[in-house]
Design a protein around this ligand. Structure first.
Ligand SMILES: *Cc1c(COP(=O)(O)O)cnc(C)c1O
Ligand code: SF4
Length: 431
């Protein structure tokens, strides 16, 4: 299949959209002027149920919806478009609204960028000891954009990632001087939007540098879901598969971190074929996704998704909580609801699916798991713990927050039992 992509400029040419109402198309335009929008012919032709697009999870995952904006923001933008305002005015308004959508959650881009020999390592993040994230400059787009993506500001050209020159050499020398690092996670955007030759250059450089500490080269990608032909029929698909095979033979591991949000994404034949082709190289595919209102806030959806992933040979890995950015009001569910969904799905699957950790908030101090709700001496509390933390000593220590049925993110939580702060905040003060 030939890749064809659609965005705000050409989406009206999507043949299937002829079947949806004009006001829905206008909504796409209003929201798409503020949040990123990109979709492709595979998603359109093979994933969306066009008999019922408005309630279709894949349609909601990729097409902007009116409710993704707060009513006042929607009206402000709709008004400009109805008046056919000039593009500069529209852009200015868009940026103003974007600034109100918390475009910099958890200091994503600024806080974790390491320095080395006095230089800022742009395009790297090193937050947890064992794992370095690498954002190659050519992999900072995706085969389609998810409407809930927390990296949305990057895609609309707000906090554009800055990249170092000679990125690969920089990664190699950084890893050489950080023997505690075992994993390099190549991420984006979607690094598999890069041509294989660029990915091969990165991976080859790492192997040739003989970095004994690096065991796992992880690739975070949604290509299995949004463009499985990346592994099947793209002109460099075979090269990519051979690259995986060779690395796995060389004693390093390619680890594939796949992103699936709904069991529907696992139904298509090309996805099955692509999964098989990747697994046949000796690569393990682990899966992760946030739990999202209007898309997958249903334990049966997760149960089905995990079972199906295991059937296809993948390992469920993370269930995340929607971050506090962008269209959070459209996608967020209360923490207690996320826990219910996780537990109800977890209880229905065999141990092979119980590898999924969650629900987890990936936040500034670390990855916080909601372990459960309990009553301790008359006070109802959330039991929480870090499964990753800035300070590894924090990992695994249970701690408690006052139960709040409406809390949707960690900043809604207060320490339980009348404490002034959480244990890790105390430690921060001492530092
Ligand atoms: C999630 C994450 C990792 C990887 O954590 P694992 O639990 O090893 O998968 C690494 N760095 C950052 C910044 C992360 O958010
Ligand atoms: S594929 Fe990943 S990075 Fe790209 S838009 Fe979706 S969630 Fe964001």
């Amino acid at each position: 299949m030939q890749y064809r992509s659609y965005n705000l400029n050409n989406f009206r040419k999507i043949p299937q959209l002829r079947r949806i109402k004009a006001d829905l198309k206008f909504d796409i335009e209003v929201v798409g002027n503020i949040l990123p929008f990109k979709v492709n012919n595979y998603v359109i032709e093979q994933m969306i149920d066009w008999d019922n697009p408005e309630s279709d999870p894949i349609f909601r995952m990729t097409f902007p919806h009116r409710e993704m904006l707060l009513p006042e923001h929607y009206e402000e933008m709709a008004d400009l478009l109805r008046k056919k305002a000039d593009p500069i005015q529209i852009k200015r308004k868009a940026n103003k609204i974007r600034m109100k959508l918390n475009p910099h959650p958890a200091g994503q881009l600024e806080l974790n960028v390491p320095t080395f020999e006095g230089k800022i390592m742009r395009g790297l993040q090193h937050k947890y000891n064992e794992t370095v994230l690498f954002f190659p400059n050519r992999g900072q787009t995706c085969h389609a954009y998810c409407t809930f993506c927390f990296r949305w500001p990057q895609f609309v050209g707000m906090n554009k990632l800055k990249f170092a020159m000679r990125q690969t050499e920089m990664v190699v020398s950084y890893l050489k001087h950080h023997p505690e690092v075992t994993d390099l996670l190549i991420t984006g955007g979607d690094p598999l939007t890069m041509k294989t030759k660029f990915l091969r250059y990165i991976i080859r450089s790492i192997i040739r540098a003989k970095l004994d500490n690096i065991i796992n080269i992880r690739i975070g990608s949604k290509a299995l879901s949004y463009w499985p032909y990346r592994f099947l029929s793209d002109d460099d698909a075979g090269e990519l598969i051979r690259l995986f095979k060779r690395v796995n033979k060389r004693g390093k591991r390619i680890e594939f971190m796949a992103h699936f949000n709904h069991p529907r994404e696992l139904e298509s034949r090309p996805v099955h074929d692509a999964v098989k082709r990747i697994i046949d190289t000796g690569t393990i595919i682990r899966t992760q996704a946030p739990v999202l209102k209007n898309i997958n806030d249903d334990s049966q959806v997760w149960e089905k998704m995990w079972k199906e992933q295991v059937r296809l040979g993948m390992i469920p890995y993370y269930m995340f909580i929607a971050r506090n950015t962008g269209a959070q009001h459209y996608f967020a569910i209360p923490l207690v609801r996320a826990l219910e969904i996780y537990n109800n799905a977890f209880r229905k699957v065999s141990g092979l699916s119980r590898t999924a950790r969650g629900p987890v908030m990936s936040a500034n101090p670390g990855k916080i798991q909601i372990v459960g709700v309990q009553e301790v001496k008359g006070e109802k509390v959330f039991v929480l713990k870090f499964i990753q933390a800035r300070d590894p000593d924090w990992v695994g220590i249970p701690y408690f927050a006052t139960f709040d049925e409406n809390a949707i993110w960690r900043n809604d939580l207060k320490p339980a039992f009348g404490e002034a702060c959480f244990f890790y905040e105390e430690e921060k003060k001492e530092l």
